[in-house]
Design a protein around this ligand. Structure first.
Ligand code: SF4
Length: 436
C-alpha cells in the first residue's frame, strides 16, 4: 500500500519561501512501516498525477483550498480516495467534505492510525474528529521524505500547538480556542539533538505561554549551542530573566505580531494585552539588548485605521530596523470571530473569497470603515514594497546590536530579506487555484 502526501500551493507559481510541511513527517512517523509514503510539495515541485497510489492525504489552508480541491478532483476522478485535514477543513468542514472522500476535523495524529486501519479494511469514514492529545503521546517525526527537496536550510521543530490568547482575526484561536498542547520537553530536546542542525525554527503558533515551562525549555536548550528562531508573543519581553535565558539558549530571531499602533484597534481585535506593560519601542529594545532580531507584522484595516496608518506602521518598522516586517490587509478567515462579525455587519465584499475566481492575493475582501477596500489593498502593498527595496534592506541591516551583531545574524538578515522581497512581488495580485 502507498500513501501520497500532498502540500497544495495557493496557485501554480512555485514559491521560494516554502518550509518543510512538518505535519507529514508527523503522519509518516505514525504510519505502519509496511506502508510506503511519499510527499509532493506543490509549492516547489510538480505533482506526478499518473503515479500509482492508493490514498492521497492533503493539508489544506484557506489560501490553498481552491487548488487543493482541483488536485483532489483529479485523483478522485481516477478512483483514488482523498483525505483532507488542516485548518480549512476544520473550520469549514461542510465545504471541504464536498471535495474530499474523507475529512479530518482537528489535529490528525490522534486518529491517523485508526483512519489507516479503516482504509485497509474498506470502511473509510467520511469524517474523523480528532480528540485532545495526551501530553504523554510519544511523537516521532519521520523527516526522510524531505530529503533532496529544495527547502531552505532550516530544521523545523514543534514543541506544541495552540495559544492562550483570543485575537479576533486569528485562525489558530478559531481552531484551538485556548486549548494548548505541549510535548514533553525531554522529547523535544532528544529530537533536536538527533537533528544535528545549527539552524532551527520552532513552528509553534506562540512559543511562550507559561513562564515555568518556557524557562525549562530554554534551560534545556542552553547546553546545545543552537541558533533558533520562533513566533512568540510580546509578553515574553516583560520578564528580564526570561530575556537573558532566551539569549543564552541561542534565540536568534523572533516573529512578533504588533498588529496595530492604535490602542483602539488593539482593543477591538482583543489584543490590548500587547501593550499592557511595555510600549512597543521598549519591548523591541529589550530584544535588541540581547542580540535578538525582530520581525514584526502589522494588520491594517481595523475600524480606527485611516489612510495615514500605512505610513505610521511603515515608519515604525523602518525606524526600529525590524529585520523583516509585513503589512497585511485584515483578512476575515472563515471560522474566526472576525469573519462572523463582518458578516453580521454586512461588510463582506466576497463571502467565500477563497473560492472566488476573481479574488487576487492582497485584495481587501471587506469594507473598511475609514478607507475604501482599494485603498486598503494598495496601502498594504505600497508599504510592503517600500519596506523591501534594496536600500531599505541595507539600511535595516546596519544595526550592530541585532541585525549585524555577528556574521550569522547578517547572513540571516540578507537571506530572509531577499526571499521576502521576491515573494512580496510574486504573490501580490496572484489568482488562487489556477489551472494545471
Ligand atoms: S497571540 Fe498570535 S497565535 Fe495567539 S491568538 Fe493572537 S494572533 Fe493568534
Amino acid at each position: 500500500m502507498k500513501i501520497t502526501f500532498i502540500r497544495p500551493n495557493m496557485n501554480a507559481r512555485k514559491a521560494s519561501d516554502a518550509l518543510q510541511p512538518l505535519v507529514f513527517a508527523l503522519l509518516a512517523g505514525l504510519t505502519p512501516p509496511d506502508i510506503e509514503t511519499t510527499l509532493y510539495d506543490d509549492r516547489i515541485e510538480d505533482i506526478p498525477f499518473d503515479e500509482p497510489t492508493d490514498l492521497v492525504a492533503m493539508t489544506v489552508e484557506t489560501f490553498s483550498a481552491k487548488r487543493a480541491y482541483d488536485i483532489a478532483a483529479r485523483y478522485r476522478k481516477r478512483g483514488v480516495p482523498v483525505v483532507m485535514g488542516g485548518f480549512h477543513p476544520t473550520l469549514v468542514p461542510k465545504e471541504a467534505a464536498q471535495h474530499a472522500t474523507t475529512i479530518v476535523v482537528g489535529d490528525a495524529e490522534s486518529i491517523w492510525p485508526q483512519l489507516i486501519a479503516d482504509f485497509q479494511q474498506g470502511r473509510l469514514q467520511p469524517t474523523y474528529r480528532a480528540t485532545a492529545l495526551p501530553s504523554s503521546l510519544n511523537i516521532f517525526f519521520d523527516r526522510r521524505m524531505f530529503e533532496g527537496k529544495s527547502y531552505p536550510p532550516l530544521s523545523l521543530v514543534q514543541w506544541g500547538r495552540g495559544c492562550p490568547h483570543q485575537c479576533e482575526f486569528c485562525s489558530i484561536h478559531a481552531m484551538y480556542d485556548t486549548y494548548q498542547y505541549q510535548r514533553p520537553i525531554d522529547d523535544v530536546i532528544t529530537e533536536v539533538e538527533a537533528l544535528d542542525s545549527q539552524w532551527l525554527f520552532f513552528v509553534d503558533d506562540n512559543l511562550f505561554a507559561y513562564t515555568k515551562q518556557f524557562t525549562r525549555l530554554l534551560e534545556a536548550l542552553k547546553p546545545l549551542h543552537l541558533h533558533w528562531s520562533c513566533q512568540i508573543s510580546l509578553e515574553v519581553s516583560y520578564d528580564k530573566t526570561l530575556m537573558t535565558l532566551l539569549e543564552q539558549s541561542g534565540c536568534q530571531a523572533v516573529l512578533i505580531g504588533f498588529e496595530s499602533l492604535q490602542l483602539s484597534n488593539l482593543r477591538q481585535m482583543n489584543k490590548l494585552w500587547n501593550v499592557s506593560k511595555l510600549d512597543y519601542a521598549t519591548a523591541i529594545k529589550r530584544f535588541y539588548d540581547h542580540g535578538i532580531m525582530v520581525c514584526g507584522t502589522f494588520v491594517l484595516g481595523y475600524d480606527d485605521d485611516t489612510p495615514d496608518s500605512f505610513e505610521q506602521c511603515f515608519d515604525f518598522a523602518l525606524t526600529h530596523k525590524l529585520f523583516l516586517s509585513n503589512f497585511n490587509p485584515l483578512t476575515p478567515f472563515p471560522g474566526t470571530p472576525l469573519y462572523r462579525r463582518l458578516q453580521q455587519e454586512g461588510r463582506l465584499i466576497r463571502e467565500n473569497w477563497w473560492l472566488d475566481e476573481h479574488y487576487q492575493y492582497g485584495q481587501a475582501v471587506f469594507h473598511p470603515k475609514q478607507m475604501s477596500a482599494e485603498e486598503l489593498e494598495q496601502g498594504c502593498f505600497d508599504a510592503r514594497r517600500r519596506f523591501n527595496t534594496r536600500a531599505s534592506i541595507l539600511q535595516r541591516a546596519f544595526h550592530l546590536k541585532a541585525n549585524m551583531r555577528n556574521w550569522r545574524n547578517a547572513v540571516f538578515h540578507c537571506a530572509a530579506n531577499m526571499i521576502n522581497r521576491k515573494e512580496v512581488l510574486r504573490k501580490q495580485g496572484a489568482f488562487l487555484g489556477e489551472h494545471f
